[in-house]
Unconditional design. Structure first.
Length: 228
């Protein structure tokens, strides 16, 4: 009888721990649902193909930092720096709304060829990572960062091919999807330029099979049509 009571107490303790863990996860999901706010860059779908679309993105104002990390680690380190800026580490101590997606780009040069709410691009030091500022701000009205690692940059309009998929954020899956994307572009005789960007629209706690991911590649246009 004593053993049965002890077993019941143990099981109850495990149940309480499980419920607490679930509650913590749900609280985190709720926080990120709010923190990763819903504003996204304004877009216009211009051409729709079987496996991808061609979109037009307008000019963007971004906050950028550079980190010396791997593909998988750069986003996390840079996010903390940029989040500190938008959460109030600026000259007016203004909280700036978070936008989506988080975008990561790998390149062998320091030139920024594309932008989005958050962009990560390969540089000689590591990766450039960017948050896009909410559309209500201009270069003249956006709060100035107090952290010298954060820079504000105006990026011109772009036209990109966009390939969507779900699942893991790993570099292996990204590389696999980039290969599939480039095959689709070749089939449609669409000529990309520059390096691919990885756009993530969900929080880290979103179930992997529900994640909205995109790969962007800038395309060359001729008279409003994609060069073939």
């Amino acid at each position: 009888m004593r053993k049965a009571r002890l077993d019941m107490k143990f099981n109850n303790a495990k149940l309480i721990e499980f419920v607490a863990r679930v509650g913590l996860v749900m609280s985190s999901v709720l926080f990120w649902s709010v923190a990763m706010a819903t504003e996204e860059p304004k877009i216009q779908d211009e051409l729709v193909f079987k496996d991808f679309v061609i979109r037009s993105y307008g000019p963007l104002l971004v906050a950028q930092t550079e980190v010396d990390e791997s593909f998988d680690e750069a986003g996390s380190k840079a996010f903390r720096i940029l989040a500190d800026y938008i959460f109030g580490n600026n000259n007016s101590r203004t909280k700036i709304d978070m936008t989506a997606p988080v975008v990561q780009q790998q390149n062998n040069s320091e030139k920024i060829s594309m932008t989005a709410p958050v962009i990560q691009e390969k540089s000689r030091k590591g990766y450039f990572v960017q948050f896009t500022m909410p559309s209500k701000y201009t270069r003249q009205t956006v709060p100035e960062p107090r952290d010298e690692r954060v820079n504000l940059i105006e990026v011109p309009a772009r036209k990109v091919a966009v390939y969507s998929y779900t699942g893991s954020w790993s570099q292996n899956r990204f590389d696999q999807k980039v290969a599939e994307f480039k095959q689709a572009l070749e089939r449609e005789r669409v000529q990309p330029r520059g390096e691919p960007l990885f756009a993530r629209f969900n929080s880290p706690w979103q179930l992997w099979f529900l994640r909205r991911n995109e790969i962007w590649l800038e395309v060359s246009l001729d008279g409003g049509k994609v060069k073939q």
